[in-house]
Design a protein around this ligand. Sequence first.
Ligand code: PEP
Ligand code: MG
Length: 399
Amino acid sequence: MTQISSISLRRVLDSRGNPTVEADVLTESGGFGRAAAPSGASTGEYEAIELPPKEAIANAREHAVPRLVDTVYAGDQRAVDGALRAADGTENFSEIGANSAVAISMAAAKAAADVLGAPLYQHLGGAFRGENFPVPLGNVIGGGEHAKDATDIQEFLAAPVGAPSVSEAVFANAKVHGAAGDILDERGIGAGKGDEGAWAPPVSDAEAFEIMDEAVSRVSEEVGFEIKFGLDVAASEMYDEGAYQYSDGEKSPDEQIEYIAELVEEYDLAYVEDPLDENDYEAFAELTEQVGDQTLICGDDLFVTNVSRLQDGIDQGAANSILIKPNQIGSLSDTVDAIELAVRNGYETIISHRSGETEDTTIAHLAVATDAGFIKTGTVAGERTAKLNELIRIAEDAV
Ligand SMILES: C=C(OP(=O)(O)O)C(=O)O
Ligand SMILES: [Mg+2]
């Protein structure tokens, strides 16, 4: 029933106005799935390879499509992803492109769900998936690689940890974004927005902390539940010549550990992603030792959704949570392997968007299917609200 009968690949626009790969998968019984690859700007050194979309599409048409069509069943995700791996023949999808691979992989899952008449989260998670819903982490203020002349730290994220429901959490994050805008106005600071729709004001990180702190406490008071905040430092992007390069000077790795530990204490941060360079497992382990019982120390560029990098982290006690981005590794099976390894070892999982996104909502389903504690998918902007609104619908559907 779910045998793949055709695959179409095309270029579509992403939220930055760049082309990306979209895949349609059809099954012999008429099941249909469509998915598009997102794209990062602050990419990790060890991510699977995103090829220019024209090249990725041409190579996937030549090598992957013939192996899948009339042969593989969309309902057998391992077989789909195994065929993609075999067609590619490299460790990092550099032949057909992780962008083509992940689009086909996700579209096949959707086609299978369509045949079964089940929502994607149900197909991926099965009857025994957990009953929890992820807490959305919402990017409110940001800079780094996502906006020029703004903060050094890439993302200041609202974390509505006390929200009684997904929809209240989603609306709370939007309110925090609004409150941060008000506070910027009150301070006479004009701000544009970065790639993910977060405010990108020309302020120091210290001022951004003040604004975030004020915004979450205003909204927390209004909605009546606890809202914390967190960071994606994206520290690999600032690491150069053995030090972290901030606008107001540099910090050695030891100073960086001390600085982050102080921020965790001072602001009671719920979440700190990539506070250290992607090659410095030892420093991650040191920071995790110091503050890992108070906050989530998350590896994004550190782990790149890759089981072998995650296993190294587990062995060394580096971080206590992992950011999960399907396009960093190139297939849903590899993604789920990383999630399962994390869960078996007590690492929290945070399913994440990329800074370049489309209307695709797969990550909302994946987060619910795998019982992830958190989902990072922005706050405002259509390609972000696509996922958040889907989460609200899933929560309604799942009761
Ligand atoms: C979402 C992120 O940005 P990008 O997609 O640019 O890597 C991130 O770093 O977590
Ligand atoms: Mg990151």
